[in-house]
Design a protein around this ligand. Sequence first.
Ligand code: 5GP
Ligand code: ZN
Length: 111
Amino acid sequence: MEDCIFCKIAAHEIPSTVVYEDDLVIAFDDLNPQAPVHTLVIPKGHYADIVDGVPGEVLAAMAHAVSEVARIKGLSDGFRVISNTGAAAGQTVMHFHMHVLGGTDLGENLL
Ligand code: 5GP
Ligand code: ZN
């Protein structure tokens, strides 16, 4: 989609620190990390959020990418996956993404 920053990252038109990539998804480090490890997993196709008719094949590819990020980043002690959906959740980039957070004790606040 035109003017979507994550579509541009998926197409390698905007640089990012890529952690994992396959035909359907790409994972890259967040520009403004909220934890020692903060990587975003996105589908290469444009979907606004997790409830925007994302095909099961793409959801499976994203789950696989999350496990690859955890392995590559050494998150064997655990990690958190968050997908902000819509205004009330504070979603700022309207291209479906999963935050993978870890590398520290994340505590028990908000889940
Ligand atoms: P949201 O608030 O929509 O759940 O998360 C969007 C995330 O995208 C934020 O954590 C923000 O730091 C990240 N972000 C926004 N623009 C860019 C960018 O151009 N490059 C990277 N790597 N991350 C970005
Ligand atoms: Zn997009």
